[in-house]
Design a protein around this ligand. Structure first.
Ligand code: ZN
Length: 343
């Protein structure tokens, strides 16, 4: 089968053409998050022929993802594969001519600047403000464009940030909403159409940026709700000039500062807490499984270990990052971590 016609319809589109296709082929994009938004961003850019995709995700595939996360199937959920790995495998079947590099990790101040170093732009597919501020700090510091996107229930938001030219995320949202104060996909649910709409906006902006057509960017905070059939564009012109933004004006990159804590814990959506060690470590999951098998149920592959007793359930990764399930109590989670993984 010849694949020479692969991009013919896209090249026919006057906004792209053969020359634009060449530019896409020589571009690199970092996608942070391989959940609902990330899955569809990956699929769109892989099919469009963006030459290299770097994808980052800390989580693994679960059955509740399958309704909207287009990269994954039932087998991925059964095998509990890390999302970045499962997505990379699928991309190889969709477009073997591009390069895909998966990273199974938590984006943090320790790795974000390295991951973003050689890319042309960053696409946000995360589900939390902390990671978005981390992306914002990195991109403003290194003058990289990035595209914010968020979706919950039937509502979505998107904004394109070009450092020094447009307002940054902290110009618009100076601080994150307090934990538990905003709806999430785990509390309010989400429908697939809003994911598709937000990703359509983000990836179209991404393609314009990769082609150098900054004149075509929408320069707005776009709010969409297909359930209410509403589409609102908030004009951001002049906002950057009016604010004394800590990030893009004062150049204080708070989120890139090392954390003082030995272990950081964060609530992660569906009634679970994530514990991350500050120092880089490497665990042998086989040895840990051996230690834990007399205490409870253990199953593991080379990417993660699941452990379950009558009072707790956790998923442990080779870098010692651990998700404690069925609790929102960070202290309890730290204590369970200390008991079963060790500090
Ligand atoms: Zn700013």
């Amino acid at each position: 089968m010849s694949l020479s016609e692969r991009y013919s319809r896209q090249e026919l589109f006057e906004g792209i053409g053969k020359e634009g296709q060449q530019k896409l082929s020589s571009s690199t994009v970092l996608i942070v998050g391989c959940g609902a938004l990330g899955s569809l961003q990956i699929e769109t850019l892989a099919r469009a022929g963006v030459g290299k995709l770097k994808i980052v995700d800390r989580d693994f595939v679960e059955a509740s993802n399958l309704q909207r996360q287009v990269m994954y199937d039932e087998q991925d959920a059964t095998l509990q594969l890390p999302k970045a790995i499962a997505a990379a495998e699928r991309v190889k079947k969709i477009n073997s001519s591009i390069e895909i590099e998966p990273f199974v990790t938590d984006l943090s101040y320790k790795n974000v600047e390295t991951l973003a170093e050689s890319v042309d732009l960053v696409l946000d597919a995360t589900d939390n403000f902390e990671t978005r501020y981390l992306i914002n700090d990195t991109c403003v510091k290194h003058f990289k464009p990035w595209i914010y996107g968020a979706a919950v229930a039937s509502q979505g938001l998107s904004m394109t940030i070009i450092p020094e030219k447009t307002p940054c995320l902290r110009c618009v949202f100076e601080t994150a909403p307090p934990p538990g104060s905003s709806p999430t996909c785990d509390t309010s649910g989400v429908i697939f159409p809003i994911i598709a709409m937000v990703v359509a906006l983000q990836t179209t902006e991404a393609i314009k940026l990769l082609l150098g057509r900054t004149d075509l960017l929408h320069q707005k905070l776009v709010q969409i709700d297909p359930w209410q059939t509403s589409f609102t564009k908030l004009n951001l012109a002049g906002l950057r000039e009016r604010t004394d933004c800590r990030c893009c004006k004062q150049k204080r990159f708070d989120y890139l500062e090392p954390e003082q804590k030995q272990l950081s814990s964060t609530l992660c959506g569906r009634n679970s807490v994530q514990i991350s060690p500050a120092e880089h470590t490497k665990l042998s999951l086989a040895e840990l499984a051996d230690r834990l098998k007399s205490i409870g149920e253990v199953s593991f592959n080379r990417f993660l270990l699941r452990f379950k007793t009558t009072n707790c359930e956790m998923t442990i990764f080779p870098d010692a990052r651990t998700i404690i399930h069925n609790t929102k109590d960070e202290n309890l989670a730290r204590s369970l971590y200390a008991r079963y993984v060790g500090v």
